[in-house]
Design a protein around this ligand. Structure first.
Ligand SMILES: Nc1ncnc2c1ncn2[C@@H]1O[C@H](COP(=O)(O)OP(=O)(O)OP(=O)(O)O)[C@@H](O)[C@H]1O
Length: 368
């Protein structure tokens, strides 16, 4: 899969910009705050239908303008696609694929496939479980529309259940809880099962990559720790265990005014040589762990959709040492890459040939 061109109109600090990309490596360099990440953001926006750094859509529109438009032309398995994303301040977004308007904005997910890697992703390793759940959910949503559906339904039901739990306790809420509990268990169990399958796949891939990266010294493993139905691998068993837990915890849920069990409380633990990377890993081990996860993510998407996703390396490549840069470069031989950096002369590109370099300055891109 590769992007042929990107067109930006009044997007962030761009007035109007057309960029033709190389099918291989594309390097965008320039000083800070010139508009490099904005390009990555535009591509990610058309991957997931939302920005990777803000939920406030008005921020995407150029300050003195009222609407913005992004058009990306890309090729996927010999088919050419044009995705148009149009946003007017304080109004609904519109997305078209090959000039046909999508009914639901979420239908955009899965068309253009990308893997994004920025310094912010270190949170996956270093911070709390919600970052790791986000990591899992974004990959599964991109590759399995049904997962995305189940997850959004689950989150809606969870929000309703929590509103009920935090409402006036004098009224009888139990009979309404029964309705939400059934749906919570139904959607939640499907999410748990998909996450299990996904993590066992990623675990194998990441173990292998990390082994190579560490010269055989390290055993990197991922362990999924669901808050319900641990060690259950069949949808029927998961449902039963979830049902039991939600019934048992009802009194506590009512007392605390929130739902204490379910996939929204799941954890994904990461270990190197049986020690948690988050607490015991060195800086280098944490970086290698993240790199292994990101490469595994690409490989997983390729297995699922049949073609390599596009890699978005935002300000991260130059942060890796030569060994890790070399490792990444050897892995991404046949991948389209959009790479941003402040200086590109010192990047280790191995035998990667045929790349394009763009200089970014004050919301303008100059092809070199
Ligand atoms: N809605 C907007 N309208 C106009 N300009 C904007 C808007 N949103 C952000 N900007 C400008 O975009 C620039 C930031 O762009 P970007 O985040 O792409 O920087 P960058 O080149 O990646 O820098 P760094 O190397 O520091 O990450 C800033 O100058 C900011 O003021």
């Amino acid at each position: 899969m590769n992007i042929e061109s990107i067109y930006l109109l009044n997007f962030r600090n761009y007035s109007e910009q057309y960029i033709e990309l190389d099918p291989g490596l594309n390097i965008f360099y320039g000083e800070n705050a010139q508009g490099k990440t904005n390009i990555v953001e535009a591509v990610y926006l058309l991957t997931m239908g939302k920005s990777h750094r803000t939920n406030k859509y008005n921020e995407l529109v150029k300050w003195d303008e009222n609407d913005t438009r992004i058009r990306i032309r890309f090729k996927k398995e010999d088919f050419q696609y044009d995705i148009d994303y149009m946003l007017k301040r304080n109004q609904k977004k519109q997305i078209k694929v090959n000039d046909i308007r999508l009914d639901k904005l979420s239908d955009i997910i899965g068309k253009l496939n990308t893997v994004i890697f920025s310094p912010d992703h270190m949170k996956i390793i270093k911070e709390g479980p919600s970052e790791r759940r986000k990591f899992i959910d974004s990959i599964l949503s991109q590759t399995k529309p049904k997962y995305y559906y189940n997850l959004s339904q689950y989150l809606k039901v969870l929000a309703q259940r929590n509103i009920l739990l935090s409402s006036d306790k004098n009224n009888s809420i139990e009979k309404y809880l029964d309705i939400w509990d059934n749906q919570l268990v139904d959607y939640g169990s499907k999410i748990i099962l998909e996450r299990q399958l996904f993590i066992s796949e990623i675990d194998k891939k990441a173990w292998e990559i990390n082994k190579e990266l560490s010269g055989g010294r390290e055993n990197f493993h991922l362990r999924y720790m669901p808050s319900v139905a641990e060690n259950k691998h069949d949808i029927k068993d998961i449902k039963e265990a979830f049902e039991k837990k939600i019934t048992e915890s009802r009194a506590v849920d009512i007392k605390r005014g929130t739902t204490n069990y379910g996939p929204h409380r799941d954890e994904l633990n990461l270990y190197i040589n049986d020690k948690e990377v988050r607490n015991y890993g060195s800086q280098g081990q944490q970086r290698s762990a993240l790199l292994s996860l990101k490469i595994s993510e690409m490989d997983y998407i390729k297995d699922e959709i049949g073609s390599m996703p596009i890699l978005l390396l935002d300000d991260v490549f130059s942060e890796l040492d030569k060994t890790r840069q070399g490792f990444l470069i050897s892995f991404i031989k046949n991948v389209q890459v959009i790479l941003t950096c402040t200086e590109y002369e010192n990047l280790y590109l191995g035998d990667k040939s045929g790349y394009k370099v763009f200089y970014v300055k004050s919301g303008k891109v100059y092809s070199e």
